[in-house]
Design a protein around this ligand. Structure first.
Ligand code: ADP
Length: 481
């Protein structure tokens, strides 16, 4: 009899993971991807233990005595905790600098001044975990908060781990002043342009790009875009240089969690063959929010209030939508200036409702109630929101970039046999073009074709299946190196 092949062991590191800590799509990915990969790999997930994580709810327990990490002439105590959640083992890194602050990264509009130290400690704790358990083969890091770990793996000659670094958003790079290099315990030798130096400062994202064995990003469109000046955020040259190890692997969504047939957060369930429940969800939502007119199309926006998400463009056109016989519901949090502008507009326009804050339940109710999702992002590495919307039969209106370009094609070239979704797409990021897309939606709403689009989109496969195949091949290739 054949002995069953031992599964490769992977440590997946992320600064946020749903349901413990989430501020955006990274948390969804760090929850769903390891779960999907766990059928083929033994995979543990490591994340910081923030003050807001509910230790009792998830039975998170310390696993061994604390240890100290020496960094930049200082000693920091670290305590590791563990829990098992839905079959996955999660390792939490507790340290005063990480865990005794209110926010993950800093208050709205700001990052904590010592974020380099906080996340360097997280990376050094990752190294400790790898050293303690020699059965790990792959370390998979995500975004700048974990980018130092591939460098530390290379520095430690006792480790023979292969590293993957995934870029979820190149706009956030972890840039700190030059002195930080010493504070995070790195030699001045890293202060050159082919390592961490970046216009006289240090850039932690560069550590991931330069030292990881493989780089991935979350759509093949974004993989191409970040090698150009428009989307490369100053790192395009470095990414072109390292392009042979750069791969685009499209994110998926957890199709069990986001399922209008069974979602416990929505009041009425529905299927691709019967959308009655969706109509009831819309009515229930309108009643709840005070918006009037179930016969009018409902546009929803769900996302962070940052420049990236195109909220400024949306704000520019909101007042002009008063004459359109539509309703708009906006859910998000982020920069105060956008909140203030939105609150002002909403106070004068009864067809717009604003939910300020982060609220999973409201987001699900909006996906279910909406007729159209507004996603006017300036750039979008992958975007989960449009895929979730399509799963709930809400037609996305998107700027034709990055992952949006890959997942949403124009309804004008509808093909019932296509594997991707369809929506309203536009290419010029201008207020009048976005308004024109809204007008197209209003017209589309009056036709039976809207239901055809919805049914097609709801049946599309946005699951992790294809990405898991791609990551599996990548991990196995790295193992062979
Ligand atoms: P990003 O990661 O850039 O924020 P994505 O589209 O990849 O954007 O993922 C956003 C995720 O966060 C989706 O699951 C979306 O539903 C969720 N989300 C965004 N803002 C909020 C909010 N204010 N309340 C609840 N969920 C939100």
């Amino acid at each position: 009899m054949h002995k069953k092949a031992k599964k490769l062991k992977v440590l997946f590191a992320s600064s946020e993971v749903y349901p413990f800590a989430k501020s955006g799509g990274l948390a969804d990915v760090a929850y769903a991807l390891p779960k999907a990969l766990s059928k083929k790999f033994e995979i543990n997930v490591i994340l910081p233990l923030y003050a807001s994580i509910d230790i009792d709810k998830y039975y998170i327990k310390p696993v061994r005595p604390s240890f100290s990490v020496e960094m930049g002439g200082k000693s920091y105590d670290i305590l590791l905790h563990k829990c098992r959640h839905e079959g996955i083992i999660y390792i939490f890194v507790q340290s005063e600098r990480i865990s005794e602050k209110e926010y993950f990264y800093g208050p709205p509009d700001q990052g904590y001044a010592d974020n380099a130290v906080r996340f360097a400690l997280f990376c050094r704790a990752i190294i400790e975990v790898l050293k303690e358990d020699s059965s790990y083969t792959i370390l998979h890091c995500n975004d700048w908060q974990t980018a130092l770990a591939p460098l530390l793996v290379k520095e430690d000659l006792s480790l023979h781990i292969k590293t993957v670094f995934t870029i979820h958003n190149l706009a956030y790079q972890g840039i700190f002043d030059r002195d930080t290099l010493d504070e995070i315990g790195l030699s001045p030798g890293y202060f050159h342009s082919e390592a961490l130096e970046y216009y006289g400062a240090i850039n932690l994202m560069k550590a991931g790009i330069v030292y990881a064995d493989s780089i991935t990003t979350v759509s093949s469109e974004y993989a191409k875009e970040i090698q150009t000046q428009v989307f490369g955020c100053g790192l395009e040259g470095l990414l072109v240089y390292h392009r042979t190890k750069l791969h685009g692997i499209l994110n998926g969504i957890d199709t069990e969690f986001f399922d209008p047939q069974s979602d416990p957060l929505i009041s009425h369930h529905y299927t691709p063959s019967d959308l009655d429940g969706k109509k009831s969800d819309k009515k229930a939502f309108l009643k709840y929010s005070g918006l009037k007119g179930a016969q009018k199309p409902l546009f929803v926006f769900i996302g962070r209030f940052t420049e990236q998400k195109g909220i400024s463009l949306l704000i520019e056109i909101l007042e002009q939508t008063a004459s359109l016989e539509i309703n708009i519901a906006i859910l998000g949090e982020g920069e105060i200036r956008y909140r203030t502008q939105l609150e002002q507009i909403v106070s004068l326009n009864s067809h717009i409702h604003l939910f300020f804050g982060y609220d999973e339940e409201t987001s699900h109710r909006l996906y279910a109630a909406g007729d159209f999702l507004l996603m006017p992002s300036f750039f979008e590495p992958c975007g989960l929101t449009q895929m979730i919307a399509m799963r709930y039969g809400t037609v996305p209106i998107v700027h034709n970039v990055g992952g949006l370009k890959q997942t949403v094609h124009s309804y004008k070239i509808f093909d019932p046999g296509a594997k991707h979704g369809f929506g309203i797409t536009y290419s010029e990021q201008k207020p009048e073009v976005l308004l024109d897309a809204l007008l197209k939606a209003v017209k589309l709403y009056k036709t039976p074709f809207l239901e055809t689009l919805n049914l097609h989109n709801m049946r599309c496969d946005f699951s992790w299946t294809k990405s898991v195949e791609a990551y599996t091949a990548l991990y196995h290739n790295l193992e062979q190196l």
